[in-house]
Design a binder for this molecule. Structure first.
Ligand code: COA
Length: 200
C-alpha cells in the first residue's frame, strides 16, 4: 500500500501503512481518548497491540492476515489518525474495523471518513461485508457511521465492559454467496461453502 491523498477535501493528508515510527503517536491517540480509557486501554497495551501488527506483517502469511492492517492518516509525516481493520475478522468470512481514531484537533474535516473508506475499499476486494461495533453511548460516532452507510444489525449488552452495550453495525454489498442457479428437477444443490448436498 503506497501513500495516497486522503481526499480532494484533504489534499495534505496522506494515508499510508503503519510504520514503527508511528506507533507511539497512534498509541497515544487511543490511550489518551476518553472512549478507550473507559475500556481500560493503557498506553502500554496500545503500543503492544500496534507493534504486534507490525511484527505479524513482517512474518507475513496467516499471521499477517490474522493481525490485520493499520493505515495511518498523516499530515507532514505526523499521524493525525489511524484505522485498524481485518479482512476476515468477523464470523470468519467478513471484514472488521477494530479501531478508528482521529486526533481531537483534526476531527470534523474528513479524516475519519477517508480512513474508513480506505479500510472498506480493501475489505470489499475480498468480500461484500464490513462489520464494526460502536459503543451505544457514542452518539457522534454512531451518526458518523450511519452517514457512511452502516446499519445496526444487533446489540451486544455487557460485551466488553459491564453496563455498556456494543452496537453491531454492518455495511454490505450483498450476501457471501451469489444467487444459486436453479436446481434441476429431482437434483440436489451443493452448498458452496460446506460442499455438502442440501435439499434447499
Ligand atoms: C468518530 C471519528 C473517527 C470521526 O472522525 P472525523 O475525522 O472527525 O470524521 P469526519 O470529519 O470524516 O466526519 C465528521 C463527522 O463525524 C462525526 N463525529 C463523531 N465524533 C466527532 C467528533 N468528536 N468531532 C467531530 N465530528 C465527529 C460527526 O457526525 C461529524 O459529522 P458532522 O460534521 O455532520 O458533525 C472521530 O471523531 C474520533 O476519533 N472520535 C473519537 C473516537 C471514536 O469515537 N472512534 C470510533 C470508535 S467506534
Amino acid at each position: 500500500m503506497s501513500s495516497e491523498p486522503a481526499s480532494a477535501r484533504q489534499p495534505s493528508v496522506r494515508i499510508r501503512p503503519l510504520r514503527a515510527g508511528d506507533v507511539e503517536a497512534c498509541a497515544r491517540l487511543v490511550a489518551g481518548d476518553p472512549l478507550w480509557q473507559r475500556y481500560g486501554l493503557t498506553l502500554r497495551r496500545a503500543r503492544r497491540a500496534l507493534r504486534q501488527v507490525l511484527a505479524a506483517r513482517r512474518r507475513g502469511g496467516a499471521a499477517a492476515l490474522a493481525a490485520g492492517d493499520v493505515a495511518v492518516a498523516a499530515v507532514g509525516g505526523v499521524p493525525v489518525g489511524f484505522v485498524w481493520f481485518r479482512r476476515e475478522g468477523t464470523f470468519h468470512h467478513s471484514g472488521y474495523v477494530r479501531w478508528l481514531a482521529v486526533a481531537p484537533a483534526a476531527r470534523g474535516r474528513g479524516v475519519g471518513t477517508a480512513l474508513l473508506r480506505h479500510a472498506e475499499a480493501r475489505i470489499f476486494r475480498h468480500g461484500p461485508n464490513v462489520f464494526l461495533t460502536v459503543s451505544a453511548f457514542n452518539r457522534r460516532a454512531r451518526a458518523f457511521y450511519r452517514r457512511l452507510g452502516y446499519v445496526r444489525v444487533g446489540a451486544l449488552t455487557d460485551y466488553v465492559v459491564p453496563g455498556v452495550t456494543e452496537v453491531l453495525l454492518r455495511k454490505t454489498r450483498g450476501p457471501l454467496q451469489p444467487p444459486r442457479p436453479r436446481r434441476p428437477a429431482g437434483g440436489l444443490a451443493v452448498h458452496r461453502m460446506t460442499g455438502r448436498e442440501c435439499t434447499r
